[in-house]
Write a protein that binds this ligand. Structure first.
Ligand code: GLU
Length: 510
């Protein structure tokens, strides 16, 4: 049987990072088996539909490199891939269950249901209570017909047999037995909007789209046993997909499911891309806009609930495709260790080609230099790439390149007070003036050469090495920080280095 998986988000808001992990695992599994990855939009809950959510899903998957083979945009032989365009299909299958006596029509109004709940605190619409409710099992056939003809609203409910042990096979959880008594007669279809509910649409589509593995991130109760019963009711139990219920993503600290509030509190995004809520106008931060690399996010997410069975940590998409396996997925929830995500980002940035990194940095550089009344066009790409290469080991996000390497582009406008106090002494201006002369005399400013000449001069004069070098750094960088001094002066034009030292001599007064 061909491997066919689907990612089936509901466009009810921005795709959550947990949904991204579900999509990723589906993708890894599909690619590993040379199968198909379907993107199905489950938009049957018309009240919760949010404009822009579908585009957001597409853009998120594209950014992360999670490829889709069949879907609304991609097309495919099993379409339409949007559930709101499949009403006829669901109506037909709801009818089939009704005709076979596996489902029934219920007319109970919201008020009636509420009254039933008020009367019986743990009321559940099921084999024990359905006999006292208003449905096609209790009303005469003519009354049912009359109600429908008169336009009364109704739902179709799944008639769940009581006290049946339902065996669910799950590739992560193994075999689990659930008694049907915990399930209620789930609504499968609503006449009010002529739409199925999630359960019916999901099962019918998985069947019609020939899905081989249902890999989902949702809590597995009550869906898993319910879906097994639905497959059985349709007579599809022999061609049921394999179920895989992924471990939940848990809060970084404390207990419970990861929520948006955890992200707000601890300062990490829970969405792949920034999201502008169309209703409230609220903006939620995204991994992309925060400066994460998609490769790092993929690597980080892959390890939330799965491990490769060895101690590899840095894995490309291809590595993940090769290594992925449900045997190494955990049943227990995975703590959302967002700091590990930052670590991954640092590692990927550090390994990135300097020129590529410089290109990512360009928008930030342009903005910062424009703020200072300067232009990024004054610097060649080679210069920027080399500057970036020198400081990339110290960053977590692309934006940090500015804080680490600003001095490559702007002369200091002030000098770190603490460093001035410690390193700029009474004789420093004279020594710096002398240093300018030494530098002027060096033809070959490559790092090792300039270093040797300057250190020889300091030694010959008997100057204090630390004080001279730190004053030099203070003048060029503005503080005692940054990469190796002579690497900086190898890159920076000598005229600029000299100008900065002279400016410091005239400006610093300790
Ligand atoms: N539309 C469902 C959801 O987003 C899909 C769950 C599934 O994968 O079956 O929760």
């Amino acid at each position: 049987m061909r491997t066919r998986v689907r990612f089936a988000p509901s466009p009810t808001g921005p795709l959550h990072i947990g949904g991204v992990r579900t999509a990723l695992y589906n993708y890894l599994f599909a690619r590993q088996h040379g199968g198909d990855m379907i993107l199905r939009i489950e938009d049957t809950d018309s009240r919760r539909f949010v404009p822009g959510a579908e585009d957001y899903i597409n853009e998120s998957l594209r950014w992360l490199g999670i490829g889709i083979d069949e879907g609304v945009r991609e097309g495919g032989a099993y379409g339409p891939y949007k559930q709101s365009e499949r009403r006829d299909i669901y109506r037909r299958y709801a009818r089939q269950l009704l005709d076979d006596g596996k489902a029934y029509i219920a007319f109970d109004t919201p008020e009636e249901l509420e009254a039933a709940r008020a009367e019986k605190p743990n009321f559940q619409y099921d084999a024990h209570t359905r006999g006292s409710m208003r449905n096609s099992l209790t009303l005469p056939a003519e009354e049912v017909k009359r109600l429908i003809d008169s336009g009364a609203q109704y739902v179709v409910r799944f008639k769940i047999e009581p006290d049946v042990d339902v065996h669910v096979h799950d590739l992560i959880r193994g075999e689990v037995v659930i008694n049907s008594n915990i399930l209620d007669d789930k609504v499968l279809y609503k006449s009010a909007d002529d739409l199925p509910t999630y359960h019916l649409a999901n099962i019918v589509d998985d069947h019609l789209m020939e899905v081989s593995h249902v890999i989902r991130g949702e809590e597995w109760l009550p869906s898993a046993p319910l879906h097994v019963l639905l497959y059985r009711a349709f007579g599809w139990e022999d061609i049921m997909p394999q179920f895989v219920h992924l471990p939940l993503l848990l809060k970084p600290v404390g207990n419970g499911k990861l929520s948006k509030r955890d992200g707000d509190k601890l300062g990490f995004p829970v969405f792949p891309l920034e999201w502008h809520d169309p209703q409230s106008g609220e903006v939620s931060s995204g991994y992309r806009e925060k400066g994460y690399l998609p490769e790092a996010v993929v690597n980080f997410l892959a390890l939330l609930g799965w491990n490769p069975g060895d101690d590899s940590e840095l894995m490309s998409m291809d590595d993940l495709i090769a290594k992925f396996s449900f045997d190494h997925c955990s049943k227990a929830g995975a703590k959302f260790d967002y700091k590990k995500g930052i670590w991954f980002n640092h590692e990927y940035l550090m390994r990135m080609d300097d020129m590529q990194l410089a290109e990512l940095f360009m928008p930030v550089l342009r903005e910062r230099l424009a703020e200072a009344g300067k232009s990024a066009d004054d610097f060649g790409m080679d210069y920027i790439a080399r500057a970036v290469g020198m400081v990339k080991g110290r960053i977590e996000f692309v934006q940090d390149l500015w804080a680490q390497g600003d001095f490559f582009f702007l002369a200091p406008s002030s000098y770190a007070e603490k460093d001035v106090k410690k390193r700029w002494q009474a004789d420093t201006p004279a020594i710096m003036e002398e240093l300018c002369g030494v530098l002027e005399g060096i033809d070959d400013m490559t790092s090792a050469n300039a270093e040797k000449i300057v250190l020889d001069w300091i030694a010959a004069k008997g100057y204090h090495l630390g004080n001279v070098m730190n004053a030099f750094r203070l003048a060029v960088v503005g503080a005692c920080r940054g990469p190796h001094m002579f690497d900086i002066t190898e890159l920076m034009p000598k005229t600029e280095v000299l100008a900065r030292i002279r400016k410091a001599i005239s400006r610093i007064d300790n």
